[in-house]
Design a protein around this ligand. Structure first.
Ligand SMILES: Cc1cc2nc3c(=O)[nH]c(=O)nc-3n(C[C@H](O)[C@H](O)[C@H](O)COP(=O)(O)OP(=O)(O)OC[C@H]3O[C@@H](n4cnc5c(N)ncnc54)[C@H](O)[C@@H]3O)c2cc1C
Length: 407
């Protein structure tokens, strides 16, 4: 019988099962189906420097089949791109920073990351319960009972001390225990695609806050770039299906001339943006992690970095709990997790929400003030706060985020 069962075959579930396999407890992992690598060839994930250290320590980074692209500069601007002298002098972006010591983050295609996680899971001490969906969660005699169902409709049950729910933004586990959540109304949708830049991107990431929503380009190999373009929801479907020539022209004009003309290289995906806040991601015998515990606006590329923090913090807590001779589902584990994730998750949720609201919904004339704020910020020590967040591992303190397994 496992002590801990991790539910979910996405980026969070696989990574969390691998992480917790380094705890003294017996781990099982439940997956609905083999990770859907084909469905993830367009999306990419930006992983902070601390996240990279963690994935390296877990042996995942070494299995990435294509080299992650380091982000060596970040350029942020608000408002429509300028076409005047400022643009010609290469100052089209108000806020710029470069990191000379080590890249602050890396861009990895989701399919590559999922494959590397699956590969490393083969060698991990994890019992795998594949092709099963969790259909029920109940507690008897202080133990969690999960009802599982396979694709032939056959049910069985697994009993454990602690369930770690990594079952995504619509988490069945979260709903089944009535964890309180607040989901913002769906007003924006992200259009996601791969595009080729006409000129070298020099490993820079670009973010422009437009009144209609932020548009971001993250660097990939061979001048490819990953586009995440947030639009009012009624406009997004139009840009998903419009003529490719019109799409290329619109995104090039939206981001500005920094990397020249942009050309679509993939299908266009759309993602409804519905940030979800959960004050307490725990219930008896249950801990939520990843998108099951927090859904943030993708503008900062930090959702999965929070999931890495969730798993790393939980591993430290479980190692300390085992050293005290306690069970994995002990109430102190839940209390510690809740308390140690509050700051990191709360700060990132507020920062992404605040930035989006400030720049997207501002009335005409306010853009100028925001632009001034950006250029002041560029010269102030506050800028280092942004790069600190981008690097990760400051608000969340955990052994794996420093590249070490807990003692
Ligand atoms: C456009 C966009 C861009 C993003 N860019 C970045 C970025 O650059 N950097 C970053 O850090 N984050 C980014 N994010 C966020 C990141 O993609 C998510 O945080 C992350 O993918 C969430 O993974 P997850 O495993 O928690 O959830 P999911 O991927 O939703 O996985 C949930 C899993 O649970 C399984 N499941 C669900 N219900 C059950 C059940 N009842 N029984 C068994 N299994 C079940 C599902 O099959 C699935 O495998 C971005 C998000 C978006 C939308």
């Amino acid at each position: 019988m496992p002590d801990i069962v991790v539910v979910g075959g996405g980026l969070t579930g696989l990574m969390t099962a691998l992480t917790l396999s380094h705890s003294p407890y017996r781990i099982a992992h439940i997956q609905r189906q083999q990770a859907n690598v084909d469905g993830e060839t367009i999306r990419t994930t930006t992983i902070s420097a601390a996240g990279r250290r963690m994935l390296e320590t877990l042996g995942v980074w070494q299995h990435l089949t294509s080299a992650p692209t380091p982000i060596e500069a970040v350029k942020v601007a608000d408002g429509e791109p300028s076409t005047g002298i400022k643009a010609r002098r290469g100052k089209a972006f108000d806020l710029e920073w470069q990191d000379r010591d080590e890249p602050m983050a890396f861009v990895v295609p989701n399919a590559t990351l999922l494959t590397a996680l699956e590969r490393q899971m083969r060698d991990a001490h994890v019992e795998r319960l594949a092709d099963r969906t969790v259909a029920g969660f109940a507690i008897f005699n202080k133990q969690a009972h999960l009802t599982l169902i396979n694709d032939r409709g056959v049910t069985d049950e697994v009993i454990c001390d602690l369930v770690v729910g990594c079952d995504g933004r619509n988490s069945m586990l979260r709903k089944s225990v009535g964890v309180r959540q607040r989901t913002l109304l769906h007003s924006q949708t992200a259009v996601v695609a791969l595009v080729a830049a006409e000129r070298p991107h020099k490993n820079a990431a670009f973010q422009r806050f437009l009144a209609s929503g932020p548009i971001a380009l993250m660097p990939l190999a061979d001048n490819l770039m990953s586009l995440v373009w947030t639009l009012p929801k009624h406009e997004a479907s139009q840009y998903q299906t419009c003529d490719v020539g019109k799409f290329n022209q619109t995104i090039t004009m939206a981001i500005g001339d920094e990397v020249g003309f942009l050309t679509l290289q993939s299908d266009r995906l759309i993602w409804p943006i519905k940030p979800t806040f959960i004050a307490n991601p725990t219930a008896d015998n249950l801990i939520l992690a990843g998108d099951a515990a927090h859904v943030i606006h993708p503008l900062a590329g930090q959702g999965y970095n929070l999931a890495l923090g969730d798993a790393a913090v939980l591993l430290d807590i479980l190692c300390a709990t085992s050293a005290r001779g306690l069970q994995a589902g002990h109430f102190s584990v839940l209390a510690d997790y809740r308390q140690k994730r509050q700051l990191d998750v709360g700060a990132m949720s507020l920062a992404t929400l605040g930035l989006n609201a400030l720049f997207t919904t501002m009335p005409p004339g306010f853009a100028r003030i925001a632009g001034l704020g950006m250029s002041l910020l560029n010269r102030s020590p506050a800028k280092s706060i942004f790069s600190t967040i981008a690097r990760g591992g400051k608000l969340a303190r955990a052994s794996l985020l420093t590249g070490k397994l807990p003692q």
